[in-house]
Design a protein around this ligand. Structure first.
Ligand SMILES: Cc1cc2nc3c(=O)[nH]c(=O)nc-3n(C[C@H](O)[C@H](O)[C@H](O)COP(=O)(O)OP(=O)(O)OC[C@H]3O[C@@H](n4cnc5c(N)ncnc54)[C@H](O)[C@@H]3O)c2cc1C
Length: 470
């Protein structure tokens, strides 16, 4: 058995005094999940400042069989970045924008660049980097790619996977794979970058990426509308999608309780309408063209929807500030569930046409398991992706409620499976959903995944215990 203490000392020597942390109080924040749902342990936090240092660290970890847990902004929601042993390799010092090429519509950066910094760098050259999510002020592009993050603009621009042209990754044995090509066409064998996207740090460390940029929108329209049912919410989405085409950038659904809790607990959040409605949608249309054609198109669709009763109420934002107010309602939902008690969370996707079946069937199934449970349903409904959160019944005990996590989520996952959906739409597997992966993916699929893992990481040092059970 190799002596891991020798390996740890070799890592310290590579990084120098300011390149690692090994004193317990300072390590603490790298060992815990931000909500406190998982707490782990590691011997050292490595803070490399170059791809070369990452290579050297991984070569040492390979030789001494030390587990490596890559960590970006540590905003993940499935415990993927929480270590169980070995070292955390944080990308926080790999934070350079390497190049912006407005003609090629690409930005090239280190893995540790914070998502919001990529967005603002693109903005400065009149371009858009469209990946956008609630954690964008702290999550990093390496983490976004490793989780294949989604967010609010997937409808128009796709997931993180769709936004990457080239990748640089260090393999578990320390070798560097340089695939930093900013090409839209490149059919040269297997497209290796996609192995690392969504791999949650189990196949290597992403150190850099070439990302796609888009024209910056010159028109933006945001509106919030109310419906009597989720069916009507889907009906409007279908019409909008057909008539506005790729101008429809976001279409987010929220049920009555989600909005009610946010208005009650969210600082500065105002109710969108004087009365409450069963369902709401927040939508955004954007276009790189100058003019007013989006507003006209939006008003036309909404007018027809009012007339035939699809929509009960609606407001188009009159200013950027009002648009931000609408978005605040949507973005503060998870936070505003906190004061109402414990929440059992699901991140599922279903074909959009099956969303009403999903809502109706899961409500019945879950109420049978736990009468009085409170449904906080919201999400990127334009992608069929629901954050289907369930708040504890009023007056119930928090710990007793959370102990029933699987009693509540199992029937939901069964229904999702029958509707040809996914039990993990955008947050990944981490350590939260390993059992579900085995339950819902076929033997062939699991076998292929395990073979890829053992081909790239035969010693199993990369993020052990994540995605796969040990
Ligand atoms: C308020 C809030 C809103 C969110 N909204 C969304 C949303 O809309 N859509 C969505 O998809 N997610 C969302 N998330 C989840 C989270 O922000 C994303 O998963 C994000 O992509 C994680 O990035 P990170 O840098 O924080 O990664 P981390 O949490 O640090 O790591 C996530 C996983 O990636 C691995 N990893 C990190 N960096 C690397 C690397 N360089 N190389 C290899 N592996 C690596 C880690 O080991 C871990 O398994 C949200 C989270 C919060 C807190």
């Amino acid at each position: 058995m190799p002596d891991s203490q020798l390996g740890l000392q070799a890592i310290r020597d590579v990084l120098g005094a300011d390149g690692y942390i090994d004193s317990q109080p300072d390590i603490e924040k790298y060992q815990v999940e931000w909500r406190g749902l998982w707490t782990g342990h590691c011997d050292l936090v490595a803070k490399p400042n170059s791809t070369d240092q990452v290579s050297k660290i991984l070569a040492i970890c390979h030789e001494f069989e030390i587990a490596v847990v890559p960590q970006g902004g540590n905003t993940g929601l499935v415990g993927g970045g929480v270590p169980n042993s070995g070292i955390v390799l944080t990308t926080e010092r790999l934070n350079r924008i390497r190049e912006i090429d407005p003609v090629n519509f690409t930005i090239t950066c280190d893995a540790g660049v914070v998502l919001a910094d990529i967005q603002s760098s693109a903005d400065q050259v009149d371009r858009l980097f469209p990946l956008s999510l609630g954690a964008e002020g702290s999550c990093q592009i390496g983490g976004n790619l490793s989780t294949n993050a989604g967010g609010v603009q997937v409808l128009k621009y796709g997931n993180a996977r769709d936004l990457v042209l080239g990748l640089e990754a260090v393999l578990p044995d320390g070798r560097l794979w340089d695939g930093m090509r900013g090409l839209r066409k490149d059919n040269t064998g297997y497209d290796l970058k996609h192995l690392f996207v969504g791999a949650e740090g189990t196949l290597g460390v992403i150190t850099g990426a070439v990302l796609k940029l888009y024209p910056k929108p010159k028109q933006e329209e945001t509106c919030i509308v109310a419906f009597e049912s989720v069916e009507k919410c889907i009906e409007l989405f279908t019409r909008m999608n057909a008539q506005a085409g790729d101008a429809l950038t976001a279409y987010e659904a929220m049920n009555a309780l989600a909005v009610e809790m946010t208005v009650k607990h969210g600082q500065g959040v105002r109710a969108p309408f004087e009365q409450q409605y069963p369902w709401y949608a927040l939508m955004e249309l954007t276009s790189p063209r100058q003019g007013n054609d989006l507003r006209d198109a939006l008003e036309r669709v909404l007018e027809a929807a009012f007339e035939d009763g699809t929509v009960l109420d609606g407001v188009i934002a009159a200013s950027g500030a009002q648009s931000a107010d609408f978005w605040r309602i949507r973005e503060m939902i998870p936070e505003c569930q906190g004061p109402e008690g414990a929440s059992i969370k699901n991140d599922v996707s279903i074909p959009i046409s099956k969303v009403p079946d999903f809502i109706n069937q899961t409500r019945q199934a879950v109420e049978k398991v736990m009468p009085g449970i409170r449904f906080v349903s919201f999400g990127h409904i334009g992608d069929g992706n629901f954050h289907y959160n369930l708040t504890q019944p009023i007056g119930s005990d928090r710990d007793t409620y959370l102990a029933q996590w699987h009693d509540v989520t199992d029937p939901i996952n069964e229904i999702v499976h029958k509707l040809n959906g996914s039990f993990s739409a955008e947050h990944g597997i981490g350590q939260l959903k390993r059992d579900e992966l085995v339950r819902y993916r076929s033997g062939v699929e699991m076998d292929l995944m395990r073979r890829i893992k053992s081909a790239l990481d035969p010693k199993g040092i990369m993020n052990p215990g994540k995605i796969f059970n040990l």
